[in-house]
Design a protein around this ligand. Structure first.
Ligand code: GAL
Length: 409
């Protein structure tokens, strides 16, 4: 217990020899300390915690600070996730991390609802409507497309429910806040990783196919903006050749077909910018079927998935952008808890803004930092955070690559 509080409880004011005024002043200080310890302000009202975008850590400790806000709020927090096939993240990371963040903030299981629309826009809209009819007072939305996301936000607004865009921005939307990684930076890391890899793997006369994620996902647009900002000057100078920019997708099987068609039509392609680990893996499976050896044909990715990390270690993928989703989940839950309590989130938490190019407005944002992962820093990042389990990563024939990268399983 706090020593001051201990003293307060042990003090027998009648036997104290201190003058009355001094005793009164001392007791006021002690009582103030007790109020602060209970999260109560001078008026006895609940004091809002002041979290920043840097408050979050792998142990979710910052979430405990939100407890004082829970009693102040009413209703449920509804989380709308988009799909399961385009990336392992939604079921493997977003959902469990969000649950952990809710629990550590002090929300019970009946105070939040997490659904996944399995890629169906109409399902996501229905799920949003159901959440609201079941008492949701805040929504966290990872939209499938901006058009559908805007419909969710219009519906929520007409029911007085604020929305936070989660990971993907809804263009033309009317959300209150956005929480994500710096997505242009994600793309820049992919572009710089490709450059480094072309040099490391000694690829002569780089002829790069530039692939992209789904055009309906604003992140895919930002990722491409990021990698093109790095690669364009090389294309212009003639150092690299741009082999083409086929239509984007997040569906790995579509990505594989696109790559096969392009590679068949342009056999001089010797590197490919793939926008996430799922798409990279589909392309790599095809390259392996052609018996392409390791450290020969650069691909890129993001999401730091288990398979992605194995492709990186075995020399089929240059690296992957690691987005520590435990940061994103905590930031999202923190924002939602402030809004649920009718509080304005602190300025230190809302550390940026993102342009909604359709609604032509800046959206107050929490933007977190992504990390480029190669065999060099895999142990110190993804493995250390237990984002990918070392025993799964290093199973079977991966053991020697793990040893080479200093990863202990
Ligand atoms: C993006 C997301 C990525 C990846 C991709 C495919 O919006 O930021 O992490 O999951 O969608 O689902």
């Amino acid at each position: 217990m706090d020593p001051l509080l201990e003293e307060l409880m042990a003090t027998d004011i009648h036997s104290s020899r201190r003058p009355i005024a001094a005793r009164r002043a001392r007791l006021t200080t002690l009582a103030g300390t007790a109020m602060l310890a209970l999260g109560l302000g001078a008026t006895g009202a609940v004091a809002a915690p002041s979290l920043s975008a840097q408050s979050f850590s792998p142990d979710f400790a910052a979430m405990a600070q939100l407890k004082s806000l829970i009693a102040k709020g009413k209703g449920k927090i509804g989380v709308l996730l988009p799909e399961t096939t385009t990336s392992a993240r939604y079921t493997s990371f977003d959902e469990p991390y969000l649950k952990e963040a809710f629990a550590k903030a002090g929300l019970t299981k009946d105070q939040y609802i997490i659904t996944n629309a399995q890629g169906s826009e109409s399902t996501q809209l229905t799920q949003a409507q159901t959440d609201i009819s079941q008492g949701a007072t805040v929504l966290l939305l990872d939209p499938i497309s901006s058009g559908e996301g805007a419909s969710v936000e219009k519906y929520a607004k007409s029911h007085g429910v604020p929305v936070i865009d989660y990971d993907r921005l809804t263009l033309g939307g009317q959300r209150a806040y956005y929480v994500s990684f710096d997505n242009v930076k994600v793309g820049k890391l992919i572009g710089q990783g490709m450059e480094q890899c072309l040099a490391n793997w000694k690829v002569k006369s780089p002829n790069i196919l530039v692939m992209a994620g789904a055009p309906t996902d604003n992140n895919a647009t930002l990722f491409k903006q990021g990698y093109m900002s790095v690669l364009s000057s090389k294309f212009k100078s003639g150092a690299y050749k741009n082999a083409g920019e086929p239509a984007g997708t997040w569906d790995p099987s579509v990505a594989r077909t696109t790559f096969e068609e392009q590679f068949t039509a342009h056999p001089h392609i010797n590197a490919v910018v793939t926008p996430n680990d799922g798409n990279a893996n589909a392309v790599i499976a095809y390259l392996k079927s052609l018996k392409v050896p390791p450290h020969r044909f650069p691909t890129t990715g993001q999401d730091a998935t288990l398979t992605g990390m194995q492709n990186v270690l075995s020399g089929y993928e240059c690296g992957s952008v690691y987005k520590p989703i435990y940061l994103e989940a905590q930031a999202a839950v923190a924002l939602a808890v402030y809004l649920r309590a009718g509080e304005t989130p602190p300025a230190a938490l809302v550390n940026g803004k993102t342009m909604d190019s359709e609604a032509k407005m800046d959206v107050p944002s929490v933007l977190l930092s992504p990390i480029w992962v190669t065999p060099k820093n895999m142990a110190a990042t993804v493995v250390k955070d237990n984002f990918v389990s070392a025993s799964k990563l290093c199973a079977g024939k991966m053991a020697k690559d793990c040893t080479a990268a200093g990863i202990k399983s």
